[in-house]
Design a protein around this ligand. Structure first.
Ligand SMILES: Nc1nc2c(ncn2[C@@H]2O[C@H](COP(=O)(O)OP(=O)(O)OP(=O)(O)O)[C@@H](O)[C@H]2O)c(=O)[nH]1
Ligand SMILES: [Mg+2]
Length: 229
């Protein structure tokens, strides 16, 4: 898939002020500081489109970016930020829960987990929540540049095991916003899930060999090979 045009369309704080149109949505979810905004910028090749920060809790609103005039990339506020009040946390859980499970436009959820740590309790809750959603689920392990080759394989195995213990299987991609690893694989999964929905202009991946047999359900093969940049 080629990213041509990207426009920030709106920031929403409730389901009511989200886009009304049926444009398909691809959401990025994960704990505060896991690297959602950085990875979105890397994916869309825009330096400061989604605001990033060393301070957790930077992204407070649900931000919508229209890509190629065809689908929305959605940057969700991070969870698990210690300084957030109980009331704010409950509000977040309610909003995100309703969004993930009830939003008909939502087609793909990229769940971000820090590759340096095992999934947290909140990561596990998101995995369980996504079992209730009709959207496709892909796990992106972030900050892969900080690991050695051996640690990368270990990180994928730990998350795979956690998924199985929760009765879930989905693709796992090791990524880095810093060096770009995993970007091509993310684009291939996007293409795989969105292409059938994007009529009449299917998105094409001009440079890449397809990694997935279109006849094969991607849920059958939970681990994708690490793609070096
Ligand atoms: N080394 C390295 N650092 C990263 C990577 N991705 C993000 N970071 C750093 O991690 C910090 C948090 O990144 P953000 O992209 O703002 O994280 P976020 O998940 O959007 O955070 P919230 O908006 O608070 O939920 C920043 O200091 C980034 O520079 C990565 O791939 N490698
Ligand atoms: Mg952010």
């Amino acid at each position: 898939m080629k990213i041509d045009r990207v426009v920030f369309t709106q920031g929403a704080t409730s389901l009511k002020n989200m886009p009304q149109e049926s444009t398909p949505e691809v959401a990025f979810i994960g704990r505060s500081n896991v690297g959602k905004s950085s990875l979105i910028n890397r994916l869309l090749q825009r330096k400061n489109l989604a605001r990033t920060s060393g301070t957790p809790g930077k992204t407070q609103e649900i931000n919508f970016f229209l890509v190629n005039e065809a689908f929305h990339v959605v940057d969700l506020p991070g969870f698990g930020y210690a300084k957030v009040s109980k009331t704010q946390r409950a509000k977040w859980q309610q909003l995100i829960g309703t969004y993930l499970v009830g939003r008909s436009q939502l087609k793909v959820v990229f769940q971000l987990i820090d590759s340096r740590h095992a999934p947290t309790e909140l990561d596990r809750e998101v995995i369980l929540l996504l079992k209730e959603s009709s959207a496709a689920h892909v796990i992106l392990l972030t900050k892969g540049d900080k690991l050695s080759g051996n640690e990368r394989s270990k990180s994928i195995a730990v998350v795979h095991k956690a998924l199985l213990s929760l009765g879930r299987e989905c693709p796992i991609v090791l990524t880095s916003a810093s060096d770009g690893r995993g970007r091509d694989t993310i684009l291939e999964w996007l293409n795989f899930y969105l292409q059938p929905l994007l009529i009449p202009e299917p998105i094409q991946d001009s440079d890449q060999e397809p990694i997935q047999d279109p006849d094969q359900d991607p849920g059958q093969d939970p681990i994708l090979p690490d793609t070096e940049p």
